[in-house]
Design a protein around this ligand. Structure first.
Ligand code: PMP
Length: 337
């Protein structure tokens, strides 16, 4: 059952049924799109829907578009305004998943990136858990390897790259696991199929660095900051060997979709005593309070959707008018040449 009524598509808000593409669409044939996954959390007491770290997500979408030579005609701020407007129109009063998508929309044959027309689209749907056993997931090391930067960059959240994620996730599920940990081509730990990875060893929180073919996760960055500043736990970004997975004290996966999922076992070996560890638990509790706008110190990470005169971004007047399209940076580059 479709629970959402609208999309933002080709520069305007339309009924969701009208946001359709042709089978000749470049991105459908070649995977030439990039996207974001953003969550909005319903705060029952305040009767408010809060979008978590929206500017950071739209900045990353801009970065993905740079890599893919996609012309995204809206600023980070304008994308925020469009998103707030879409959610207001939907009127959701529950946790919601927001999906912006920038893709090569030209119809026809020809594999390239330059001089191929693009489109921006946005929709949002109500969304709950991503992994059922999020307090103790059974995880395996995938037999697949993570895509690598000089072939298909994990840093850009490209639609086509998610074939790699789907192969990893499906293999894991078909073998009775909840998720997969994926190794780099060189054999060190990269990340989950669509989540970043953390482990705890001797009181230190450790995660692969951003040069380990990971998506530069916004949840990852959030947790690094919270661990250091709020829990006073040392954090190291470094290479992780496969066998460290079998001897670590705690491990978890994190991401917008999965939130924070504690890992109970890896390749059938229990992590710690097989139950959610103390550091994971503390981070998880703090994270869930912050995303719902319950921690004043971090309220600036939460964009309110309803009845807020300040609009999508604090300190800025909200206007429900559609933002003007910006000139394409690639057009102006061409003019210089
Ligand atoms: N890695 C991959 C491959 C992902 O798809 C995601 C989900 N966007 C993440 C990591 C986590 O990123 P974030 O915390 O920004 O959602």
């Amino acid at each position: 059952m479709v629970q959402n009524k609208f999309a933002f598509f080709e520069g305007k808000f339309v009924p969701i049924e009208e946001a359709k593409v042709s089978i000749m669409t470049h991105a459908l044939n070649y995977g030439t799109g990039c996207f974001e996954g953003i969550r909005a959390y319903w705060n029952e007491e305040e009767e408010q829907l809060y979008i978590f770290r929206m500017p950071e997500h739209y900045q990353r979408l801009h970065n993905s578009c740079r890599i893919l030579l996609i012309d995204l005609p809206y600023t980070v701020e304008q994308l925020g305004d469009i998103t707030v407007e879409l959610l207001r129109r939907e009127g959701f009063k529950e946790d919601t998943y927001i999906r912006p998508l920038a893709f090569k929309s030209q119809e026809g044959i020809g594999v390239r990136l330059k001089d191929v027309a693009d489109t921006f689209a946005l929709f949002a749907i109500p969304f709950g858990k991503y992994i059922e056993r999020e307090e103790g997931a059974k995880v395996c090391v995938s037999s697949w390897r993570r895509i690598y930067d000089t072939a298909l960059p994990a840093r850009a959240k490209c639609t086509g790259a998610y074939v790699n994620s789907a192969l990893c996730k499906s293999e894991a599920e078909m073998n009775g696991f909840d998720e997969a940990i994926v190794l780099t081509r060189g054999g060190s730990v990269s990340e989950g199929s669509a989540e970043n990875f953390f482990m705890v060893r001797n009181g230190v929180l450790i995660t692969p660095s951003i040069t380990s073919d990971i998506l530069e996760g916004i949840t990852r960055q959030t947790l690094i900051q919270l661990a250091r500043e709020e829990l006073h736990i040392p954090v190291k970004e470094r290479t992780i060997d496969r066998t460290e997975l079998y001897v670590c004290d705690e491990a978890f996966l994190c991401g917008t979709g999965v939130q924070i999922a504690a890992i109970a076992s890896i390749d059938h070996r229990p992590v710690g005593d097989g139950r959610i560890g103390p550091i994971t638990k503390k981070l998880r509790d703090l994270y869930f309070d912050i995303v719902r706008g319950k921690v004043p110190k971090y309220k600036h990470w939460c964009t309110p959707v309803y009845d807020k005169p300040s609009g999508a971004f604090p300190g800025k007047e909200y206007t429900s008018q559609l933002p003007e399209k910006q000139p394409s940076p690639y057009e102006s580059m061409a003019a210089v040449e």
